[in-house]
Design a protein around this ligand. Structure first.
Ligand SMILES: NC(=O)c1ccc[n+]([C@@H]2O[C@H](COP(=O)([O-])OP(=O)(O)OC[C@H]3O[C@@H](n4cnc5c(N)ncnc54)[C@H](OP(=O)(O)O)[C@@H]3O)[C@@H](O)[C@H]2O)c1
Length: 255
């Protein structure tokens, strides 16, 4: 048994795609969703549910990082965990968001990336991407400042020649808000080539605006698929044929 922990979690497509994968591969496993109100209980709940693995989504990735019995791989530097796996009775934390994101932009020819947002997903992506960060408020930027990133709030933002713009905020997930004031985004998009949103399930105002400026776009479905494939490798404890598995995941998510 596997679950995704989050709050909200009802919108998550992880159960759909992972259960479809199990069925296609004839694996006798099951993947559910668990709405967790209190992130500080995440590891207790993992153990109580007697599951073998879990994904972690908004807003609990930092709790999962802090509380996992051990954190491995890039998650250590990122300070955020999106995958928990039971190994020898210990709950081990990993992060597949960052490596999954790098798969999406593998073929992009970019020079100066900008990340909007400073939460768990921004931590995961920025570590591998080495981008500048802009966030609505100051507090969460401290983590990035300490690590030497250029960080900005909307008030002190400097317009540079950013060509790859990534929205890692949840703006547009349930409403029609943009992750930054519209005039600022328009000025950024004028010089950019690519826009990637991590939100999936609907076309966000961020991607709609990017398309108006003829940017090449990718929505959050791509990240969902690639972080999911890497998580599945950890759940099963073996490497998968990514091209084959990618087809299975997109097949079920397209509808
Ligand atoms: N496609 C995928 O597979 C995938 C993978 C990972 C995450 N996601 C999605 O990514 C989103 C963020 O997740 P997370 O775990 O990084 O969240 P998080 O840790 O809670 O961070 C949220 C960030 O978004 C900012 N924010 C929230 N609402 C905003 C708004 N209306 N305008 C501007 N900024 C806003 C926050 O700014 P403040 O600091 O000012 O509050 C913060 O920087 C979620 O929607 C999640 O579902 C998708």
């Amino acid at each position: 048994m596997f679950v995704i922990f989050g709050n909200p979690v009802s919108h998550s497509k992880s159960p759909l795609m992972h259960n479809y994968f199990f069925k296609k591969m004839n694996l006798n496993h099951c993947y559910g969703r668990y709405k967790l109100e209190d992130g500080s209980k995440i590891i207790d709940k993992f153990k109580e549910l007697k599951i073998k693995g879990a994904n972690v989504t908004i807003p609990h990735k930092e709790w999962a990082y802090k509380l996992a019995d051990e954190v491995r791989g890039v998650a250590k530097e990122m300070g955020a965990v999106n995958t928990l796996v039971l190994e020898d009775n210990k709950v081990i934390g990993y992060n597949t968001d960052g490596p999954g994101f790098m798969e999406i932009i593998k073929e992009f020819d970019y020079k100066k990336p900008l990340i909007i947002g400073a939460g768990g997903t921004a931590r995961a992506i920025s570590y591998l991407l080495k981008a500048d960060i802009v966030n609505r408020s100051e507090n969460r930027l401290n983590f990035f400042k300490e690590k030497g990133f250029n960080t900005y709030t909307w008030d002190n933002f400097e317009f540079k020649d950013y060509d790859l713009i990534i929205n890692t905020t949840s703006a547009g997930l349930k409403d029609d808000s943009l992750p930054m004031p519209k005039e600022m985004l328009e000025k950024i998009f004028k010089n950019a080539k690519y826009a990637v949103d991590v939100v999936y399930g609907r076309e966000t105002p961020f991607l709609k605006l990017a398309k108006k400026y003829n940017l090449i776009t990718r929505d959050g479905l791509y990240l969902l698929v690639y972080q999911g494939i890497l998580a599945m490798e950890l759940f099963l404890g073996k490497k998968l044929n990514k091209k084959e598995v990618e087809k299975i995941y997109f097949e079920i998510l397209k509808d």
